[in-house]
Design a protein. Structure first.
Length: 166
């Protein structure tokens, strides 16, 4: 049932990304802590075809039509790809029997992508080194990716129950 496993992994990635977004919404509403503006993510992605991969400051880069939509699609596509990666790394076994420890460890491990790819590309420096408070930004990224890991587990449990019936 490889097709069911791929669809299950995609569902896990979508759900885990949604859990992460709900966490960030909670942080914003309860504590005024902002998250990455997905419109800026979309702006970055939409500049790539023209050959601009790295920006000194993405906020001052030329806006692009559809950048908010592109950012949201990119954000969820990344979440799906990361979940598929977890399933592939475990040969599908994790999806059959999800464990919190592995999901949490994997989720936290995914913070390497924003630290070393996205943040430098947006002009924020490696691991947010060019932000006003790098330690706070790093801790927020770590916490957000830990929540992604928890989301992987929670949604993984649900998907495993559905796959067991298929």
């Amino acid at each position: 049932m490889p097709g069911a496993v791929v669809l299950g992994a995609a569902a896990v990635g979508t759900g885990a990304t949604l859990v992460m977004d709900l966490w960030n919404l909670f942080l914003k509403r309860a504590f005024g802590i902002a998250s990455l503006d997905y419109c800026l993510l979309g702006r970055w992605v939409l500049h790539i075809p023209a050959g601009t991969f790295r920006h000194p400051n993405i906020r001052v880069a030329a806006p692009k039509a559809g950048e908010c939509t592109a950012g949201c699609i990119t954000h969820y596509s990344i979440g799906i790809m990361l979940a598929v990666g977890l399933v592939v790394l475990t040969s599908g076994e994790w999806l059959a029997r999800p464990t919190l420890g592995l999901a949490l460890l994997y989720g936290i491990g995914t913070v390497v992508f924003p630290f070393f790819l996205l943040q430098p590309s947006l002009g924020l420096g490696i691991a947010s080194s060019r932000t006003p408070n790098p330690t706070q930004a790093r801790l927020k990224s770590l916490a957000t990716h830990a929540v992604f890991g928890i989301g992987l587990y929670l949604v993984g449990v649900g998907v495993s129950l559905v796959l067991a019936r298929v």
